[in-house]
Every structure is written in C-alpha cells, then in structure tokens.
Ligand binder design. Structure first.
Ligand code: 173
Length: 319
C-alpha cells in the first residue's frame, strides 16, 4: 500500500507543471438583468464551455445586478472580485472612457480580429483597466430612441430621456434632459413618468416589459450595440497555456453565435409593430443628418476624452 502511494506521488512529480494545472473555476457576473436576452444567449454557451472544459476551466455564473450593481461590475472585474463579466463599455466608463467607444464600431468583431482593432482594444484594456477583452457577443445591432410621446423632427427639447453613456452626447445635442439609469430601473422610470423615453437596442425591450409603456420608436437606429465578455488580467495571466487556449477557442465559439442578432432584430422589429409601437420617421434629409450627427458627436466626444486612443480606435473601427 505504502509503495503504491509512493509510486503515485512519483508519477505525479514526473509530469511537468502545466499538465498538472488544476481545473480553474471562473466566477462570471452579468451587468444585465438575468431576464435579459443577453443572459439567455450566454447560458447555453456556458453549458458547452463547462461540458468541454472538465479538468481545464469552468465558469460559475453568479448572477446579474442583484449580485453586483450594473455600474460596479467593471470595477469588480478589474479588482478580481469576480474573474469575468458579461458587460458593455457604457457601464464601465469609470475605468476608462475608451470602453464606450466600441459602440461606434462599423466593422464586425470578426473583421476587428483581422484588422488589428481587437489587439489594439486588448492593449488599452490591459493597460488602463487590468482587463482582457475576450469576446464580443453582441454585434450588428443598432440602438434606437424609444418614446412615450410623438416627435416629428429630431428635437428633444422638453423631453426627459433615460440614458447611459452610449446616448449621452447625442441626445444632449438634440436638447434632451438626461437621466441615467441601469436597465433594471427603466420600467419604473417610465411607469412614474420620470422619463418620456429611453435609448436601447432594437431587440430586448420585451424582456423587462418596457413595451407596455412604449408608444414610439424613432427610426433609423444608430451605432452598434456592444456586449462582451471581459476578464481580470491577473486571473488570465495565472492560467496555463492549455487553459488560455481553451478560453480563446470558446471566445471564438461565442462570437460565431453572432449571426443570431440580425435574425432576432428583424423578428423584434415585427414584434414591436404587432404590440402597437409606432415608428417615427423623419424626412430623408433629417434621417441622414440624424445618423451622421450621432457618429460625429460620438467620435468628437471620444477624441476629446481620449486624445491618445480615440483617433486610432476611430481608424480601426470605422468603415
Ligand atoms: O443600458 C443601455 O442602454 C446600454 O448602454 C446598452 C448597451 C449595450 C446593449 C444594451 C444596452
């Protein structure tokens, strides 16, 4: 018996370090509520990740904003309170303004991996926020302005609009009064008449029942909704080569699921119409200047906030 134990110990000692690396468990939090489309999209991915990651890596999904409030998720990942998060840049601009620039991307994440944007993002995310930018899991999705009252031109004077940093300067440029809330507080704000509208992507307004309070959607949409998996850089550095390879492979698998969004977006557009939400369209000239202005204001803000990285990110992310 003793000899057997000794032999087993000797066998283990003979295996070089990396092969000995234990399975790592990574805690992941969502900055979006658990009923959000994004959590539904991520859940089967986590299941596959864990099924294939036995002995390598496991993700432990610990929940949404009830676990960590939306605007604190970025800091929690930076500090390693959790190793990973599903988050959007607008929710962690407290770490670096660059986080919110990803909404301005006009090229897909697949193209960003080819043209150097993905590496550039990782360089900035590493240096400024102790983060690894692992995978973009929402892409090819415009944001819209939703309203409880009709407008007939791009003028938001006298309207109180719920925002995050995504929409701030654009809606402000049209004269809106701005009220920032996390997604979890939009319904109550609408219900109490605290806001007359809100910014949100084309999909997902049914998840938290906002359609009940929404009368109009302004077309066209603007920007490109970004939701990504981010990771604490120290936790990343501690992984073995095999674990990192596995995470990267799974990151690509998650991005490969992005073909879902254009399909969902078409369905959600119909569903909004069916639930009685009317579309507000301006004349052709105003529509064009609406979208042009969104990008002008967006990049002008980006370059002002980050003279160092704004111009380069503009080059890499624009068409
Ligand atoms: O909360 C928001 O409106 C927001 O900033 C956002 C960003 C990406 C996807 C969905 C919402």
């Amino acid at each position: 018996m003793k000899a057997r134990i000794w032999l087993a110990a000797a066998a283990v000692a003979a295996i070089p370090g990396a092969a000995l690396a234990q399975e790592v468990t990574l805690k992941l939090v969502s900055a979006f509520p658990e009923t959000a489309t994004y959590v539904k999209h991520m859940t089967p991915w986590i299941q596959k990740f864990n099924a294939g990651g036995k002995g390598i890596a496991q993700i432990n999904f610990i929940g949404g904003p009830k676990a960590i409030p939306t605007f604190e998720v970025g800091t929690s990942v930076k500090n390693g309170v959790v190793e990973m998060a599903m988050n959007t840049g607008a929710f962690y601009t407290n770490l670096m303004p660059e986080a919110d620039f990803l909404k301005l991307s006009q090229v897909t994440i697949a193209e960003q991996r080819k043209n150097g944007a993905f590496d550039y993002i990782n360089k900035v995310w590493n240096q400024k926020a102790n983060l690894v930018y692992l995978a973009r899991m929402v892409d090819e999705t415009p944001f819209h302005l939703y309203l409880t009252r009709k407008i007939d031109k791009p003028d938001l004077n006298g309207l109180k609009i719920r925002i995050t940093p995504v929409y701030r300067e654009f809606f402000q440029s049209m004269g809106a009064t701005l009220i920032q809330t996390p997604p979890g507080e939009v319904y109550t704000a609408l219900e109490r008449g605290v806001v007359d509208g809100y910014g949100w992507p084309i999909h997902g307004i049914f998840d938290l029942n906002w359609h009940e309070k929404t009368k109009f959607r302004v077309d066209p949409g603007f920007y490109n909704a970004e939701v990504s998996i981010i990771m604490n850089l120290d936790a990343w550095k501690k992984l073995s080569a095999k674990q990192r390879d596995y995470l990267q492979k799974q990151a690509l698998a998650l991005e490969a699921m992005n073909s879902y969004w254009p399909k969902l977006n078409a369905e959600e557009t119909k569903r909004q119409a069916q639930s009685g939400i009317q579309t507000v369209r301006f004349d052709a000239a105003s529509s064009k200047s609406y979208v042009d202005k969104a990008y002008e204001v967006g990049w002008a803000t980006a370059i002002k906030q980050s003279p160092e990285h704004g111009p380069q990110m503009k080059k890499l992310l624009s068409k």
